[in-house]
Design a protein around this ligand. Structure first.
Ligand SMILES: Cc1ncc(COP(=O)(O)O)c(C=O)c1O
Length: 419
């Protein structure tokens, strides 16, 4: 299969589909967007669709054609999302945000589990799962144990979970990709290991940082819950997308008395939110069709995932090793990269520090040159990764497949000024 870079005109066609690719409308100036882990670029189509549905007064579930059209949009988006996620069973639903969905899934799983169990997760996790598991394990009066992630590789493995999972583990959480190290986790292997020791365990996965990098395959993971934040995968803010297994669907949850069984949605849905997610799935299909024009919808999505991975690998490789005559990060003696240089788990993200310049100063230096990155501080979001490394902060440079090698070179030139 060829790559995005090898296909003439494709990177431009990709960039044309996104809003504000290289110009910030708030700062009113050109910029390189390397803050994709904070929120990916938004498809132009998402903006158009949102504006359209925001003006429709009709509600769902009424006996008129407009109302039926809205319900069809929601049902289509659920079916589209199921193809993107490769989820042939269970249900897709929306909530307030990825965090809210994770809290809800974890709360319902923990409170409906056997009282003598335990809850496990890992130190790699974002507080969205860690805080929820800690809180609800406390309320249920069961222990919450954490697998300790590997500081050198920036990820967590079966061997780490092996130390904490017991036959009595009732709920386990896994992060798919760390938003601080940028390294992915082998969810399938960890879930299989948990099931081998605790077959009935509810396994809930935070897919929020992973989703934009393609390669979503819930059927293969054998899990019970998965959450994503659409604004991190080319849609917009204001909602989260959750998937739950049939087993988790039937566990006790908040619902209207005498309402439809198994409904996890609370209140009237925003049809526009659902519609924007269909646009995201269409985008993945369009991208995949550049490589697999005759494939099924799912095959196109898989092809898109591979193309995304290859492009992101090319971008991070150029950043780390240099491009053309621009020295890379490995040539800058004062720069340290979290998780090592050629880490196979890396998903488009490079977290770095400078021996003599603070992360805040580096980010400002890059800002001044029109390059948007982000400081991660050792706070409640990133302390779990930075504290064990003895760091108070780092610079997070997060890329996506629509970024270009030229943008990486601009970044390297700006950083080389400090050498
Ligand atoms: C891995 C991960 N989990 C959870 C969250 C929280 O997502 P949200 O604020 O969209 O609910 C983030 C946000 O950065 C994240 O990267």
């Amino acid at each position: 299969m060829s790559t995005i870079a090898q296909t003439p005109g494709l990177l431009k066609a990709i960039r044309d589909r996104f809003a504000h690719v290289d110009y910030c409308p708030l700062e009113e100036k050109s910029r390189v967007f390397f803050e994709n882990a904070g929120g990916a670029l938004t498809l132009k189509r998402v903006g158009e669709i949102s504006a359209h549905y925001a003006t429709i007064p009709d509600n769902q579930g009424r006996a008129n054609e407009a109302s039926k059209a809205l319900v069809n949009v929601i049902n289509k988006a659920r079916a589209d999302a199921a193809i993107l996620l490769n989820a042939k069973s269970g249900q897709i639903f929306v909530g307030e945000s990825g965090t809210e969905l994770l809290f809800r899934m974890i709360r319902n799983a923990v409170l409906s589990a056997k009282p003598e169990g335990n809850v496990v997760g890992s130190t790699l996790e974002h507080p969205a799962t860690r805080s929820a598991a800690k809180r609800w394990a406390g309320v249920a009066k069961v222990p919450h144990h954490l697998a300790i992630h590997n500081d050198d590789t920036g990820t967590v493995t079966v061997a780490d979970y092996d130390r904490v999972v017991t036959p009595w583990t009732t709920v386990a959480t896994i992060i798919h990709t760390s938003p601080v190290t940028g390294m992915s986790v082998d969810v399938k292997a960890i879930a299989a290991f948990i099931r081998s020791r605790a077959p009935e365990c509810m396994i809930i996965v935070d897919g929020i940082q992973h989703a934009a990098h393609g390669d979503l395959d819930i059927d293969a993971y054998d899990i019970d819950g998965y959450a994503i934040s659409p604004y991190k995968v080319f849609s917009r803010h204001g909602y989260g997308i959750g998937w739950i297994s049939d087993k988790l669907t039937m566990r006790a949850h908040d619902e209207l008395d005498k309402g439809p069984a198994g409904n996890w949605e609370l209140g009237t849905r925003d049809t526009g939110a659902y519609a924007t997610f269909s646009a995201v799935v269409e985008y993945f299909e369009w991208l995949g069709s550049q490589f697999e024009p005759d494939g099924s919808r799912r095959q196109k999505i898989i092809a898109a995932g591979k193309a995304i991975k290859a492009q992101e690998h090319a971008l991070t490789h150029a950043m780390l090793h240099g491009a053309d005559n621009c020295p890379g990060l490995i040539d800058m003696p004062d720069i340290n990269v979290i998780g090592g240089i050629d880490n196979p788990h890396r998903e488009g993200l490079v977290a770095l520090t400078h021996d003599n310049i603070s992360a805040a100063e580096l980010v400002e230096h890059l800002n001044q040159r029109g390059i948007r990155t982000h400081v991660r501080k050792a706070d409640h979001y990133s302390g779990n990764i930075l504290d064990p490394l003895g760091l108070d902060s780092c610079v997070r440079v997060s890329m996506c497949h629509y970024n270009s090698i030229d943008e990486v070179k601009q970044f390297l030139v700006a950083l080389n000024e400090l050498q």
